[in-house]
Design a protein around this ligand. Structure first.
Ligand code: HEM
Length: 424
């Protein structure tokens, strides 16, 4: 990039997305009339598209770190917002179970269909065995072996958007990279990657689970049939041969775990697109990275902390727990807000500053403990490859219109990020 690009402090940056973006700086507490009742707004997906949730979390971290939410369309739950509490809950699956669901769901939908069956929705010791079935595909060695393929995908995708001159960075770059990669790992034919991408987009943009997308589920059933007949070296074959507690996984378990793996990449695409947004909004940090590539690893960590694209995780208490004077009872739902933990001022100096050299940076964007993100190494590699290819191949990249933020209490980031892009 040259000094004349929009990723230069002097370059043309569209101000529109900044105020609306989920990573916008928190407003002052004094701007909130009475922050206490504002906490109830956390269940409103629209709030999370404004940036205002950060000030509510800041108030909660200080004044109500274990905050009770009465039932709405969602069940009653406790909110935890401080870094140490969020980390402690993630690291204590004995007292905070994942088995009946890890996301807030409208009460009318009842229990998550994957409860007790998918990787995310099982507790130890079953969880450990199930994770062992697929873990080999996500080790540092396996991800390294995928790097050339991922770099090739990034180059191909960037070449297309450079030729077009404009792109939706979420859809055309981050989304394609995320889905093509998991498709490759699962054994989806390369000629079907684009179809898989279209179906997952439809589901993500409609805010529905992949399980609700009939064509996608039928595709996986067909793929499972093909792999049962002819096992190959891929994730679907691993799941089909997976033995947990002495028994092969059922077809339903294999299917739901396929859905879980593909669905989990939504966090990845939002984190990649959110990283782009962060650099567009902080062009000085892009110049810094361009001038000192040794900052790439810490820049990747900072984009993860900054974007925190998984907004919450839920657990169910299994025994009475007293925390900061509040009594949590067995069966109570406990929600940890990840972007809040990652902006905790007692852990991160100047938490609302995007600083690509930040160290230490022990963020919780990828969780912690037993359920630590299985795709963590993959997600980090994707971000590193994408940023370095952008530095290598792109002359200038600038906003081509206002971004649209995701409206969700589950994930956050840009839903659409239009950019104008010129190659070198
Ligand atoms: C930067 C992008 C990503 C973020 C921020 C992220 C975040 C998370 C978080 C917070 C959890 C814990 C959920 C919980 O226990 O409640 C998790 C788990 C998981 N993630 Fe990621 N994730 C990312 C990318 C990926 C990718 C690319 C994959 C690839 C398939 C993936 C697969 C998984 C799986 C399978 C789990 C469940 C692990 C388990 O329960 O043992 N993630 N992720």
């Amino acid at each position: 990039m040259t000094a004349a690009t929009s990723l230069d402090p002097t370059g043309p940056i569209d101000p529109t997305p900044h105020a609306a973006g989920p990573v916008a700086p928190a407003p002052n507490a004094a701007d909130l009339v009475d922050p206490a009742p504002q906490a109830a707004r956390l269940v409103d997906p629209a709030l999370h598209a404004t940036g205002a949730q950060h000030e509510i979390w800041r108030w909660m971290r200080e004044h109500s770190p274990v905050h009770r939410h009465e039932p709405t369309h969602l069940p009653a739950f406790w909110s935890l917002t401080r870094y140490e509490d969020v980390r402690a809950v993630y690291r204590d699956p004995g007292r905070f179970s994942s088995a009946s669901g890890v996301l807030l769901r409208p009460t009318e939908l009842r229990e998550d269909p994957g409860a007790g069956m998918t990787l995310a929705l099982t507790d130890p010791p079953r969880h450990k065995e199930l994770r062992g079935v697929v873990a080999d595909w996500f080790t540092a060695r396996s991800v390294r072996a995928l790097e050339d393929a991922m770099r090739g995908m990034v180059r191909a995708v960037l070449a297309q958007v450079i030729e077009a001159g404009e792109a939706d960075f979420v859809h055309d770059v981050a989304g394609r990279l995320s889905i093509y990669t998991i498709g490759h790992m699962m054994g989806v034919l390369e000629s079907d990657h684009e179809t898989l991408f279209r179906w997952t987009n439809e589901a993500f943009e409609a805010g529905v689970s992949l399980a609700a997308h009939q064509e996608l589920m039928l595709y996986f059933i067909d793929l499972m049939d093909r792999r049962t007949a002819n096992p190959a070296d891929d994730l679907v074959s691993m799941l089909l041969g997976g033995v947990v507690e002495g028994s092969l996984l059922s077809e339903e378990e294999v299917l739901l775990n396929c859905e879980n793996l593909v669905g989990a990449t939504e966090n990845g695409r939002l984190a990649l697109a959110g990283a782009m947004q962060a650099f567009l909004e902080n062009p000085g940090e892009w110049v810094r990275l361009r001038e000192d590539r040794s900052l790439l690893p810490s820049a990747v960590e900072e984009t993860l902390r900054w974007t925190s694209s998984a907004t919450h995780s839920m657990r169910t208490a299994t025994e009475p727990v007293t925390l900061h004077g509040q009594q949590i009872e067995p069966g109570d739902k406990v929600v940890v807000w990840v972007p809040s933990a990652n902006r905790d001022e007692s852990v991160f100096p100047s938490p609302f500053t995007f600083d690509i050299a930040r160290k230490p940076n022990r963020h919780l964007a990828l969780a912690s403990g037993e359920h630590f993100c299985l795709g963590a190494t993959l997600a980090r590699a994707q971000a590193r490859i994408l940023l370095s290819e952008l530095l290598d191949c792109v002359e200038s990249i600038e906003p081509a219109g206002p971004l649209t933020p995701v409206h969700s209490i589950t994930v956050n980031g840009p839903e659409h990020l239009p950019v104008r892009i010129t190659g070198k």
